[in-house]
Design a protein around this ligand. Structure first.
Ligand code: BJW
Ligand code: ZN
Length: 249
């Protein structure tokens, strides 16, 4: 689904949000799949989302991998090739630019690595990365996967057991260090930008009320309102790749 940006709403609040940005030494971004939509990476929910064609329970749970590791591996292999052919969009690039003027931490639910490719250096990957594997037995982690690794899940060079995608599936805990670092960053934040997330997956969505409690202003950028909108001090409706460069002008 691609709704046209509601410029009236955007123009009403844009100068005010620009002012908040200028006066916020510590900015946090919480990004979701919509952040990378304009790069051509599919989102999960919504009309064009991945979950329209694939059942999350068949692909994004530890049980799914245990039942059919080849199917799950192939799906991630397909997504790796897809992401490898994309590039950061103007929204990712604007955030990398913003880091040159502010203390900025990006907390992303995305596994595509596009924030880092755009030049952001303080990136917390809450849901892991497509570009890592983890051993199902000895837990050793490998990075820098090539896009097309293999159609079969590879075996761990250390212990010979199955390697799995280095992402966080439903029912799994978030990487403890990433979660701790996110809580610390949120506690210090003056401004939280919530970009391109449906705000339906926990505990990531919990960071928004926590930021409010810590006294931060919350600005949401999305094509549509979400369950997080009532918490936001401003919701800018439109594509992140258009709104973020305008915010920085
Ligand atoms: C644009 C745009 C443009 C489009 N510009 N915007 C509390 C309450 C209820 C449930 C739970 C709870 N606590 C925990 C749970 C269970 C569960 C959960 O949240 N379930 C809910 C779905 C109900 N959470 C978990 O299981 C988490 N683990 C956990 O809690 O551990 C403790 C525990 C252990 C054991 C038992 C119980 C608890 C783990 C969650 C892991 C999520 N994993 C995935 C897959 C990652 C790997 C992969 O990529 O394959 O993460 S699911 C998927 O959803 C992915 C995403 O990161 C995540 C969030 O989705 P996101 O990013 O918001 O995308 P969309 O598609 O939903 O939204 C896109 C948005 O963009 C839309 O709003 C568009 O409008 C917008 N948009 N284009 C701006 N151009
Ligand atoms: Zn191993």
């Amino acid at each position: 689904m691609c709704l046209p940006p509601r410029d009236n709403h955007l123009m009403a609040t844009l100068p005010e949000v620009q002012d908040w940005l200028r006066n916020s030494p510590r900015i946090i971004v919480l990004s979701g799949a919509g952040m990378s939509a304009e790069s051509g990476v599919p989102t999960f929910r919504g009309l064009d989302g991945l979950w329209r064609n694939f059942n999350p329970l068949d692909l994004a749970t530890p049980e799914a991998f245990a039942n059919n590791p080849t199917l799950v591996w192939e799906w991630y292999d397909w997504r790796r090739s897809l992401v490898a052919a994309t590039h950061p969009n103007p929204g990712h690039l604007a955030l990398a630019q913003l880091e040159l003027q502010h203390h900025l931490t990006v907390i992303t639910q995305n596994v595509d690595g596009l924030h880092t490719r755009a030049g952001s250096t303080h990136v917390i990957e809450l849901h892991g990365s497509l570009w890592r594997t983890r051993c199902t037995a000895c837990q050793s982690i490998r990075t820098n996967l090539t896009p097309k690794l293999s159609t079969l899940p590879p075996l761990c060079p250390d212990c010979g057991q199955l390697l799995r995608p280095g992402v966080v599936w439903f029912g799994e805990n978030l990487p403890p260090m990433a979660w701790e670092a996110s809580l610390e960053a949120i506690a210090e934040a003056n401004l939280l930008l919530v970009i391109g997330t449906s705000g339906t997956v926990y505990p990531a969505a919990e960071l928004v009320p926590l930021a409010k409690q810590a006294g931060a202003k919350v600005v949401e950028i999305n094509l549509e309102e979400t369950p997080l909108s009532p918490l936001a001090d401003a919701t800018l409706l439109g594509p992140g790749g258009q709104i973020l460069p305008k915010l920085l002008q």
